[in-house]
Ligand binder design. Structure first.
Ligand SMILES: NC(=O)c1ccc[n+]([C@@H]2O[C@H](COP(=O)([O-])OP(=O)(O)OC[C@H]3O[C@@H](n4cnc5c(N)ncnc54)[C@H](O)[C@@H]3O)[C@@H](O)[C@H]2O)c1
Length: 541
């Protein structure tokens, strides 16, 4: 089915039941002190250039109607031989998180796909039949299309296919001012352009700053090139792209009716619905989707913090809000809103709005600030300097292996300055040499923080140790954090001997929590405890 933008319709529900987060943010952006970020945001230097090149767009309805007629038989015939020149389609960045599911979807639909990527290692991994990261349902499909000889791998622009459309899925980061970096798109195009043929369709699929599609169209014209330009954003959730490409409506836009028609024809081979809009509308639709999701997570996180400050258990309130109440169905749980897209795209939208995006700005403060809040809360309750903190889950969300822009690493960094030691573990991540086995982290830690709610953690035995669970995910939850800590201290006390040494150790154990400090110092006073050098025994400051 094809939707015209002018007709009322329901877009797919925004996957509120999905894993928590996804998205695109570079490391420089994530380290910014968000309390200062408002002051640091700069109006985007090239906004006026992008705006100046914007063209009004027309012809949507007629074109959408024509799709209904023309799409039959759009799939190309499968072949077995695969010279590069004979590719039906090229995916630039084809070995990335967006690229791979897209490549596999088109190959499954019968296309012979040129997988073009500058990362040769990942290309080699794909060629050997393995996926470089978790993509559910991907390996079987990869094996199938490799066997059918439907993939062609290239890493140099000179090798790229001069036939068929090109879909660009490269990363589009923000810079240290939280502004988009259009140069990555320009550099990519500059490298490819000498090897492309006029008339080829160029589809931007990466999430781009509004106006980029029309800027690209103008840029090509200024360079006397006649390629067709379209923008068809990716909206699937990471790790589930193969399934979601089959289910998610595809937004289609082009800078000319011909570009729009060809892009629509292309995506009709893999998408269940097409939604046709102008490039600027499509660019904003993608950013609005991500920013809206990020704001929803921020609302949930702020509700959690409000309840916590009031001394209440948010899990009970959450249940009361949602149970059999349809209008609250979409309220997500609190949790770490991380990953390479959501914050990055909220920042892009803020830059586009000349920083007049108060909800987006607030969402960044709440979501990024959650880590700092938790650390500060722990610092107030415990003498962290005498404790080992274990971080459970270093991926940016549950059940994946991707650590890009994971807030778990923000925890690690902040706690490195506060805690005696920080230990980390993750069952999926393979790229971090500092990760330890789960058992070891639980055994050696005094307190644990659930960073990514991997299902393997749900019913774990934490040996009575306190666990911070913002998500409300664990079977036990964090509602009994204080009780479990008391139990934990009690267990340690029970193991101590009764002699004077034991009394010193007992005072130390009690002083681990600030709440027990008064009692510890009373205990020390009562027993007139002295250190080996004769000085008075001091509990923690
Ligand atoms: N990850 C997601 O779930 C997701 C979802 C929707 C949209 N997006 C958007 O899609 C884009 C890509 O994200 P990603 O997560 O797939 O990034 P990624 O880093 O996983 O993949 C990008 C790929 O492009 C390759 N590449 C970079 N420059 C290249 C060049 N000049 N020529 C050829 N290959 C090049 C890289 O080697 C990499 O394999 C971003 O704009 C992102 O915001 C991502």
């Amino acid at each position: 089915m094809i939707y015209d933008h002018s007709k009322p319709h329901n877009l797919a529900d925004e996957q509120l039941d999905e894993a928590y987060s996804d998205g695109d943010r570079d490391d420089a952006g994530r380290e910014i002190d968000l309390m200062l970020w408002n002051a640091r945001l700069q109006p985007l230097a090239d906004t006026s250039e992008l705006c100046a090149s914007a063209q009004p767009h027309a012809c949507r309805s007629k074109l959408a109607e024509s799709f209904l007629v023309n799409f039959a038989g759009a799939k190309p015939a499968a072949t077995t031989s695969a010279p590069v020149g004979a590719a039906d389609l090229t995916v630039v960045g084809g070995a990335g998180h967006v690229g791979i599911p897209l490549v596999l979807a088109f190959a499954e639909a019968g296309y012979r796909v040129n997988v073009h990527d500058t990362n040769r290692d990942v290309l080699a991994t794909l060629q050997s039949g393995r996926l470089p990261f978790i993509e559910h349902g991907g390996e079987d499909l990869l094996a199938k299309v490799l066997k059918q000889n439907r993939l062609i791998f290239t890493s140099s622009p000179a090798e790229i296919s001069r036939t068929g459309p090109l879909i660009i899925t490269i990363g589009t980061p923000i810079d240290e001012f939280l502004n988009p970096v259009r140069k990555v798109v320009q550099d990519c195009i500059d490298a490819l352009l000498p090897h492309l043929a006029d008339g080829q369709l160029l589809v931007l699929r990466s999430t781009v700053f509004p106006g980029t599609t029309e800027w690209l169209d103008g840029y090509l014209k200024r360079n006397n090139r006649a390629l067709k330009v379209a923008f068809c954003p990716e909206r699937t959730v990471q790790g589930h792209g193969i399934k979601e490409l089959r289910e998610t409506p595809q937004i289609i836009s082009g800078t000319t009716p011909a570009a729009e028609a060809e892009a629509g024809k292309l995506f009709s081979a893999i998408a269940p619905e097409l939604v046709v809009v102008s490039p600027r509308e499509a660019e904003l639709a993608k950013l609005f989707n991500n920013a809206y999701r990020y704001i929803e997570f921020a609302a949930a996180n702020q509700f959690y913090l409000i309840a916590k400050a009031a001394g209440l258990d948010y899990r009970r309130i959450y249940d009361a809000m949602k149970r059999n109440y349809p209008r609250a169905r979409g309220i997500p749980t609190p949790g770490l809103a991380a990953g390479p897209c959501l914050m990055k795209d909220t920042a892009q939208l803020a830059a586009f709005a000349q920083n007049q995006f108060s909800l987006g700005n607030a969402a960044m403060l709440v979501n990024e600030g959650l880590v700092l809040h938790i650390c500060d809360d722990l610092r107030r309750r415990y003498d962290l300097s005498r404790m080992t903190v274990g971080l459970l889950g270093m991926a940016f969300k549950a059940e994946i292996d991707d650590t890009r822009a994971s807030l778990s690493y923000k925890f690690k960094k902040v706690l490195a300055n506060l805690a005696g030691a920080v230990l980390t573990t993750d069952p999926f991540v393979t790229t971090d040499a500092e990760l330890l086995a789960l058992d070891e982290v639980i055994a050696r830690s005094d307190i644990l923080i659930l960073c990514a709610p991997h299902s393997a953690y749900r019913d774990l035995d934490f040996a009575g140790k306190p666990v911070v669970d913002v998500w409300g995910f664990l079977a036990q939850g964090e509602r009994d954090l204080a009780a479990r800590h008391a139990e934990f201290v009690g267990t340690r006390l029970a193991t101590l001997s009764e002699g004077k040494e034991g009394s010193h150790a007992l005072v130390d154990a009690m002083a681990v929590t600030k709440s027990a400090r008064a009692l510890a110092s009373l205990w020390a006073d009562t027993f007139h405890m002295k250190n080996a050098d004769g000085s008075a025994h001091e509990s923690n400051p």
